[in-house]
Design a protein around this ligand. Sequence first.
Ligand code: PMP
Length: 411
Amino acid sequence: PSLFSELPRYQIDSVFALIADYIADTHPEKVSLGPGVYRDDQGAPWPLNVVEKVEKQLFEKNDAGRHEYLTIAGDGTFLELARDLCFGFGEGTPEEEKLKLKIASVQTISGTGANHMGALFLSKYLKPARVWISDPTWMNHHTIWELQGVERRTYPYYHAEKRAFDFEGMMATLEEQAEKNDVILLHACAHNPTGLDPTKEQWKAIADLCERKGLFPFFDSAYQGFASGNLTEDSWSVQYFLRNKPNMEMCLAQSFSKNFGLYGQRVGAFHLVSNEPSSELRESIKVNLCHLIRGEYSMAPRGGSTIVKTVLLDEQLKKEWQNDLTIMSDRIKVMRKALYDELQRLGTPGTWEHLVTQIGMFSYTGLTAAQCHALRGKHHVYMLDSGRASITGLTSENVVYVARAFDDVVR
Ligand code: PMP
């Protein structure tokens, strides 16, 4: 027998299995509501207008250095722009400059890599007894922390009956069971998979709780600007914590996959916020992160981050990006409403307001696993058994078909 015949049998993220089943399905009306990738109203991938424009410019520039290595920490200009975007820096006031001194940033292999570098760094140097992860969450949070050998605990997030964010459940659990230096994973906006976020008042209470109990907030920001269309609004939680809890240390994993449509280019950053505005401490944190990066992937890729940097450096291009963000977020809102309207028209049993009030790419529909199976088997509509539907898979053409399919399986 092989040395490897006793390997554990992992079920790799169910969304990839779902994609394979969808591809194998030959039904002409099949619909994919599985993966979290933006699709246009024809159901096709949509390179952002501004990205296409910049790609062309970069190609014409024919820069001989375009395939050189980045430094281990990544592209410094990109990192500053990325930091300014998520933490909301603009005017460069003395106060802002002081805040910047607290933040050590490195470039990562997109949001996944940022989550991983954060977990790796914290497991080595903070040594938390446990990490608190929302129930439910993006499944990779579990894998990433499991691989670091940190005990994973979940806090309630979704109230199934009310189809709402379970604020009371979350707070009570953390209040009773979380301990000093525990890491708490928070989705900066557009919680995946529920599409339900805390209100501003609730965020303030979460920040107070973290401060009082000495928890270490770990923000995962994968949808800034993509969720509401507004870059500041989608980063409100992060900016509130940074500005209102000066003594609290925290970190943030930042992805540019969705808001720039650069999924396969792997553009992201990890930012660690200390409580000291000290360039020495910042440098020391950065050097330690670089030590880990060097041993893992040497440095992040260059192509995608050059595109993002070029856009963020130029006010006009930034406006064009904002326009693209509006196009994507508006289309999602329109599709949410279209599905809702059609279910109302059909008189489908149950309440469906959550389809329109949830935000971001996903809707937690409330369909059961059995109903999701029926959707696939009978109607060729593919979504995860959890009932999460990726709204971007809806188009003006297929939304009526999908609504009829929902109607059929819930009756
Ligand atoms: N965090 C969350 C919550 C996500 O939904 C995603 C994307 N599915 C990511 C992180 C990271 O994705 P990527 O590695 O493509 O940036």
